[in-house]
Design a protein around this ligand. Structure first.
Ligand code: GRF
Length: 209
């Protein structure tokens, strides 16, 4: 069993996709051992509660400094014997010490085809606003390992999604979630649980089953 903690800040539709995949058996060999949020009002915490998954509130603002916040995150992840950390709409920058404690064991979902529309300040609806402003005809989502940079870690999976002429950022965001994010994130976790992903020379390699 791969022990997974999911870090969230908002609605948690990606978390829900993971929970559903675990419960319907399409994501085998995975146990969600905790859901951690920086935001006490995150609906994602309610989703966790409904499925009897421990929901933990850890907000940087509740700690005297970033070091103590990093300590609390690491302690929580170690207590639950977390093996894989999944950032599913987590809006806090992960402290470097946490990344060092879980090398190639933290993954993130980003709502564009990296390296387009990513990096500092590119999150949420902004990503889709940028894609529409640039006039791209195809966007998508990316699951990648988290390294010390912003959206710079090894890419595990990507899926393209068409941009349509009448799209608003909200409509495009929804399509990217439905057609890409909610499929890609459980799929990436499944590949990692099956031991099929390794990082070689800074790139994620997926071995055939
Ligand atoms: C998603 O678009 C994800 O790609 C981004 O934040 C959003 C989270 O949505 N990182 P949700 O909380 O999973 O509904």
């Amino acid at each position: 069993m791969l022990r997974v903690s999911v870090l969230v800040s908002g609605g948690g539709t990606n978390l829900q996709a993971i929970i559903d995949a675990v419960e319907n058996g399409s994501l085998a060999g995975v146990k969600i051992v905790s859901v951690i949020s920086n935001n006490r009002n995150a609906f994602a915490l309610e989703r966790a509660g409904k499925h009897q998954i421990p929901a933990i509130l850890l907000s940087p603002g509740d700690f005297p400094d970033r070091e103590q916040y990093a300590d609390a995150l690491i302690s929580s992840l170690k207590e639950t014997e977390t093996e894989l950390v999944v950032l599913a709409g987590f809006l806090v920058v992960i402290p470097p010490r946490v990344i060092e404690a879980f090398p190639n064991r933290i993954i993130n979902i980003h709502p564009s085809l990296i390296p387009s529309f990513c990096g500092k300040g590119c999150y949420g609806l902004k990503v889709h606003e940028m894609a529409l402003a640039r006039g791209v005809k195809v966007t998508g989502a990316t699951v990648h390992f988290v390294d010390a940079g912003t959206d710079t870690g090894p890419i595990i999976l990507q899926k393209a999604v068409e941009v349509l002429p009448d799209d608003t950022p909200e409509i495009l965001q929804r399509r990217v979630m439905e057609e890409a994010e909610w499929k890609l994130l459980p799929e990436a976790i499944g590949l990692i649980a099956a031991g099929r992903v390794e990082v070689v020379s800074g790139k994620a390699v997926i071995r055939k089953s």
